[in-house]
Design a protein around this ligand. Structure first.
Ligand SMILES: [Zn+2]
Length: 182
């Protein structure tokens, strides 16, 4: 409360493991600044709370061919996927294939109003960390092309296949605004 998230996160991670080197970026993610920020990193993992930021990260990751691990939570549920559309264009989806258009603002679920259980963010955050490790070490079966859904109240996990959308604005093989180039 009353602090920038980036400062609070930095303190938390430093306390957890002082050997981690942290480079903090205190700014709002946009289409203009994202490519320069992420170009030096091996992958991006996001758990942001708005569609504009997700779309900007998705566009930059697709264009720069960086894996994007995307985690989302709402009340008692969570979802997780890895996006690498550049590895198999037309087959593997990007985030925008999953969510082509942001819902109208008044229909968007807001954590501050809806509430979110810390245990749910714990489950999804830990699963996201596992996917980060897998992508970095190139082990196991990537979540690319699949969406994992967690239902905390039902105590169930489901994994559904997630195809690419040929009309996708970001990675679509039939889209005029494709960032893939070539
Ligand atoms: Zn796409």
């Amino acid at each position: 409360m009353g602090r920038a998230k980036v400062d609070a996160a930095k303190d938390f991670v430093s306390a957890l493991n002082p050997d981690i080197q942290i480079i903090d970026h205190h700014l709002r993610i946009t289409d203009e600044n994202t490519p320069a920020i992420i170009k030096d990193y091996d992958l991006v993992v996001e758990g942001v709370d708005n569609f504009e930021t997700r779309y900007a990260l998705n566009r930059a990751c697709s264009a720069l061919k960086k894996p994007l691990i995307s985690a989302a939570v709402g009340r008692f549920e969570g979802q997780l996927s890895t996006f690498k559309p550049y590895e198999n264009p037309g087959v593997l989806p990007c985030y925008r294939c999953l969510v082509p258009m942001a819902p109208p603002r008044d229909e968007q679920v807001n954590c501050a109003e809806e509430g979110i259980l810390g245990a749910v963010t714990g489950v999804i955050g830990t699963l996201a960390a596992m996917e980060v490790i897998k992508e970095l070490l190139e082990i196991g079966t990537s979540l690319a092309g699949r969406l994992m859904l967690y239902d905390g109240l039902g105590a169930t996990f489901r994994t559904v296949s997630l195809p690419a959308d040929p009309q996708c604005e970001t990675c679509g093989t039939r889209s005029r605004t494709s960032l893939k180039g070539g």
